[in-house]
Design a protein around this ligand. Structure first.
Ligand code: FAD
Length: 471
């Protein structure tokens, strides 16, 4: 269920706690009309997420976040949203109408942990670009977003897919410690302390508390091979063959590819793009040669991505699924996408993107909450599928969202028909009507219920925080 549709009668409750919030956070509570408020609302990446909360809080420290949580838990009628980078396109997940939005962007400190260059402490409000700038000087890299404007908090708590995924798994599996504000206080969660919480929050977003800081592993990296290539849609069969060759060859954890089928409404043209990275210096690495050699090519550009071509201030919908790769299933999914895209191709400047991403290497360390097992080896033959549609005409929102939902339903039916549909839905690309946390399976949901009962017995995060929920 979209939590924004719950029946909490919030506006009067927010009014009730307003004075309490002003006391614990003097000068950092903003209302409609304040320039800080307008700037916070306007800074969400997508227009669809620019909701207008009753007030916005901008804490500067974990202690201030704790004070906010204490006030919010004193009134179960108040809805609230946790916001880091503000990149979700979903309307009511890091922002909320008729409630309180906690804007964490001031918690953006980046520092080495105890002078150790292997671990970096990153505030939840930092952007990945800030992390990369910091690490570049030290010749190191981190498992983070492929787009530098994405926020650290939402990305990691949702899992985090990167070019390192085939080698190092989800970003959340590369975290060694987290500082979390829970109704039980400010806690550290790691392999030794609050291990159950450490497991639950990696994939669980804001279900258990507000993560204020992540200590992440860094990796020595020098030069990568990589780039983006754009091809005409007539190369589809060759693209599917290149996937087959990559999947059927010896597993190469350094070869990362993101493949997108693109429709550019402005030109009314269908294209295909591959964004590739080889995680060490190499001339034409074998695993990626199949993609690199496909002809004809429209344009070769360094590290271009479909979203870098967009006006970032558009409305957007993302919806996702997971399939076992085979050329036939992907070809049928592509056909569904092409056919359904034509239904909305008249919307001015619309862009529709069907993306295939490699499933990350399965976690062999401290378990996360994603419900995946190392033995499943999904990284060998599964792909995460994302349909993302971007548009400008507000009046088109309803019909485009409807088409997105219908398209995904049809793509999943095709995959199910070929016995290729996996239940896992990646939370960071899920649409608000999907149930990604539930897709982790019953055992993960049972564990989540226990962790919630232990650290948040009153259910502050389960009931009052908006966002995807466990069962
Ligand atoms: C241009 C673009 C590029 C992207 N690239 C990638 C990519 O390469 N790989 C990938 O995996 N995903 C990618 N994404 C998806 C992205 O990972 C998700 O949208 C992610 O949730 C964004 O994190 P954020 O902090 O910016 O989001 P927000 O919108 O601030 O938050 C998203 C969710 O996380 C919760 N949350 C945020 N911070 C916290 C916290 N501190 N504690 C608890 N809960 C929290 C929020 O409540 C909300 O439910 C991309 C998205 C965009 C728009």
């Amino acid at each position: 269920m979209d939590p924004s549709s719950s029946n909490l009668n919030t506006s009067s409750s927010v009014t009730r706690i307003r004075s309490k919030l002003s006391v614990v956070l003097p000068g950092k509570i903003y209302f409609p009309g304040d320039s800080e408020y307008d700037s916070s609302v306007g800074s969400y990446f997508f227009r669809t997420a620019r909701q207008t909360p009753t007030c916005i809080l901008k804490p500067n420290s974990a202690g201030e976040v704790q004070a906010i949580v204490n006030v919010l838990s004193s009134d179960p009628g108040v809805k609230f949203a946790i916001r880091s980078g503000g990149h979700t396109p979903n309307p009511h997940q890091s922002n909320v109408v008729d409630g309180v939005t906690i804007d964490l962007r001031s918690l953006n400190e980046i520092a080495r942990v105890g002078g150790n260059s292997d671990v970096l402490s990153v505030g939840t409000g930092a952007k990945w670009g800030d992390v990369y700038d910091y690490l570049e000087k030290a010749g190191r890299a981190a498992v983070g977003s492929r787009e530098s404007s994405v926020g650290v908090g939402g990305f990691i708590t949702g899992g985090g897919l990167s070019f390192f995924a085939p080698e190092l798994g989800f970003a959340s599996d590369n975290v060694v410690n987290m500082e979390i504000v829970t109704p039980r206080g400010i806690l550290c969660a790691n392999a030794n302390e609050h291990v159950d919480l450490f497991r639950a929050v990696r994939g669980g977003q804001g279900n258990f508390g507000i993560i204020t800081r992540f200590d992440i592993k860094t990796h020595e990296r020098n030069t990568f091979w990589g780039g983006g290539i754009l091809y005409p849609e007539s190369t589809e069969d060759a693209q599917l063959q290149a996937w087959s060759d990559l999947k059927n060859g010896k597993y190469d954890p350094r070869a990362a590819v993101v493949q997108s089928y693109l429709f550019f409404g402005a030109q009314k043209s269908f294209m295909i793009s591959n964004n590739m990275v080889y995680l060490q210096e190499a001339e034409h690495p074998v695993g990626l040669a199949g993609f690199e050699n496909i002809q004809p090519q429209v344009e070769a550009c360094p590290r271009a991505s479909p979203t870098s071509r967009l006006n970032e201030f558009s409305s957007a919908v993302y919806v996702t699924t997971t399939v076992k790769f085979s050329p036939s299933v992907c070809k049928r999914i592509n056909s569904v996408w092409r056919e359904r895209t034509l239904l909305i191709s008249d919307s001015p400047n619309i862009t529709s993107v069907l993306t295939y991403q490699q499933f990350p290497l399965q976690n062999k360390g401290i378990p996360n909450s994603l419900g995946l097992h190392a033995d499943d080896e999904l990284h060998k033959d599964h792909l995460i599928v994302i349909l993302s549609i971007y548009w400008h005409e507000i009046d088109d929102s309803e019909r485009i969202t409807k088409v997105a939902k219908d398209t995904m339903d049809r793509m999943e039916a095709v995959a199910a028909g070929e016995n290729a549909l996996h239940t896992f839905k990646y939370i960071n690309y899920a649409a608000y009507w999907q149930q990604p946390a539930r897709s982790y399976g019953e055992a993960a949901n049972e564990a989540a219920r226990e962790v919630s009962a232990k650290y948040d017995p009153q259910g502050v995060f389960r009931k009052q925080a908006v966002g995807f929920k466990f069962q």
